[in-house]
Design a protein. Structure first.
Lengths: 167, 148
């Protein structure tokens, strides 16, 4: 199953439309699209607007491939269960997001194991093919931040206690 | 120690979730956009507010009241966030109305420059952090690591 997800904040009709076209050309593939507040309704894939975290996790678990916007929620969630993910970054000039930071995120993540970045609409199906052909051996990402950062953040919070009591 | 850990939905929340062990020993409440996120922080108080962005400016009128209600209930000594615009509003109110210690950790998604809210948080955050070493500067933002 291929899980298409556009995150929780803004619609992303461009990706949903592209994947609907892809679904029409691949009728034997099972696809589920999470479309948010999008106005484009997919004709060739079942869809959900928003999912609870547990439904989202179950769907991610069931998927063999994730196709998503270049949002950190999608990227981290896929990495935590070591699933391949194809990213189509949102563009500010198309009013898909308020800034172009998803292009920056995609550029940063491009060479990581299990991450396949589509730079253009045409690129999307190429990257899907690549992702499906790849045999992935990368490990699951721990569900928590690296220990050193956890310790630093904990210390910051604890330090504000002493600051206050010294006032 | 009363801590309020707050962020909007999606990637900001996923990053906050990755920091959960850092808040384990404190009396921590969480706040975000979707009620179902309560499942991610079982055993903690959880509050919700609406998301605001430059695409949803009309909510600027209601969201501060929602955040104020959360702050009145929690009266946190520390407010910590992984970013987003509503979290910035919360930080400002917490600092000036409740004297909270405020900690801003800019989202890891902002790898070329701090987010707009992140740049604006400079004046209101007692601790002002980026998750990118190359964006850190001697006069801030600081860098203490990243959620990945």
């Amino acid at each position: 199953m291929i899980f298409v997800t556009i995150g929780s904040m803004f619609p992303f009709d461009r990706l949903i439309r592209l994947m609907d076209q892809w679904a029409a050309a691949h009728p034997s593939e099972e696809i589920l699209s999470q479309i948010g507040d999008g106005t484009y309704i997919p004709e060739h894939t079942p869809y959900e607007r928003m999912m609870t975290p547990s439904a989202f996790r179950q769907t991610m678990d069931r998927a063999s491939l994730i196709v998503a916007h270049a949002g950190m929620g999608s990227v981290i969630s896929a990495a935590e269960i070591a699933k391949p993910i194809v990213l189509l970054p949102r563009r500010a000039d198309l009013r898909e997001h308020t800034t172009d930071h998803q292009l920056h995120t995609a550029a940063w993540l491009r060479d990581r194991d299990g991450i396949f970045v589509a730079d253009t609409d045409q690129d999307l199906r190429v990257m899907i093919d690549k992702a499906r052909a790849a045999t992935l051996a990368h490990a699951e990402l721990s569900p928590y931040a690296p220990e050193a950062f956890i310790r630093n953040v904990r210390d910051l919070v604890a330090a504000s206690r002493s600051r206050r009591s010294s006032k | 120690m009363k801590v309020l850990a707050i962020s909007s939905a999606g990637g900001h929340w996923v990053q906050l979730r990755r920091l959960k062990p850092a808040f384990a020993e404190f009396d921590t409440a969480y706040a975000s956009v979707f009620p179902a996120y309560a499942d991610d922080v079982k055993g903690h108080r959880f509050h919700t507010f609406d998301d605001v962005s430059r695409f949803h400016k009309e909510r600027l009128l209601t969201v501060p009241f929602q955040l104020l209600k959360i702050l009145l209930k929690e009266r946190p000594q520390v407010v910590i966030t992984t970013g987003s615009f509503p979290a910035l509003i919360c930080l400002v109110m917490a600092k000036y109305l409740f004297g909270s210690h405020t900690i801003w950790i800019d989202s890891i998604a902002n790898c070329e420059q701090m987010s707009t809210s992140g740049r604006n948080a400079r004046r209101f955050a007692d601790v002002w952090l980026t998750q990118w070493e190359h964006l850190a500067a001697p006069d801030g933002p600081g860098y203490l690591g990243a959620v990945l």
